[in-house]
Ligand binder design. Sequence first.
Ligand code: COI
Length: 360
Amino acid sequence: MDYNFPVTRTTTPKEKPTDCKTLGFGKYFTDHMFIMEYDEGQGWHDGRIVPYGPISLDPGSTSLHYGQLMFEGLKAYRNPKGTLNLFRPDMNAKRLNRTNERMCIPPMDEELFLAAVKAIVKVDEDWTPTDPGTSLYIRPFIVSPEVSFSVLPAKKYLFIIILCAVGAYYEGNESKLHGSRILVEENYIRAAVGGTGAAKTAGNYASGMIASYKAHDHGCEEVLWLDSKEHKYVEEVGTSNAFFKINGKIVTPELTGSILPGVTRDSVIKLLRKWGYEVEERRIELAEVFEAAENGTLEEAWATGTACVISPIGVLVYKDKDYPINNEVVGDVSQKLYDNLYGMQIGKLPDEMGDWIVEI
Ligand code: COI
């Protein structure tokens, strides 16, 4: 279908950032945004591009009180041809609908989602930074403007896409990856099976903030989340998926319903298998990780996510004890994954899988 979204251009364009080292993650929003309404009986309608700016929500809007919200995250990169690359945006479209189903938000046609992403990125493409490790972060989200105190799914929604020129999610990773310190979280949990852990919804992130603060107090960048029932099995790292290389084999927690099915997680599994590595998706006991750290078979560990791409783990901290990984040196597999994924994303390397890069 040919979507032709009307564009209202801003009359007051903002100054674009010039120093790519201070981009941060969420400071430099572009000049325009995509917005579309949903009304029961009418479906998603009136998609359009308008100047970036505040949206008006009645203080009684249900989303503000009960958190019926969802978001996605993907990135656009400038390639050597001068056009832009998106990375597996179809995966975001599919996950959006899985999240919507869990959050009782109406589904959206995948083609419509992709057309909206491409249209807004095209309008603000000049905001795409090109320095190593930088990108144009794309943040689609859904919020309801419906006014009600009933704890019921709304009948009206807004779908909005905003864009932001960003640097590395973990400061310093733009030019050179570093191994981060990660605190094993023993009390708080991120999500439980049957809850919303597999959905990309605001509440998962809100409830995790307290543990991140605790980690920062311990001199750590993030937390290693454990399962909600036994506090025994590894789940995620901060807002990312977790991988370990133990004795030559790569393991990552299986998707049990409490873990977010990351696009980068899926890409890493597929790439590693293509390269001949054995990858197991299974439950991983924390005790197994520590045993491997102590007997020297824990060769590498890293986090994967759209925001961070690959973020190596240098040290796990548990009960005031440090468990260094690979002498805190970034491992070969972590580096190779980063170089290949990021290389494909920016178009420096060919698309190894054939259909992962969508050029616009
Ligand atoms: C991502 O990795 O894309 C995320 O959604 C994390 C987000 C909190 C920036």
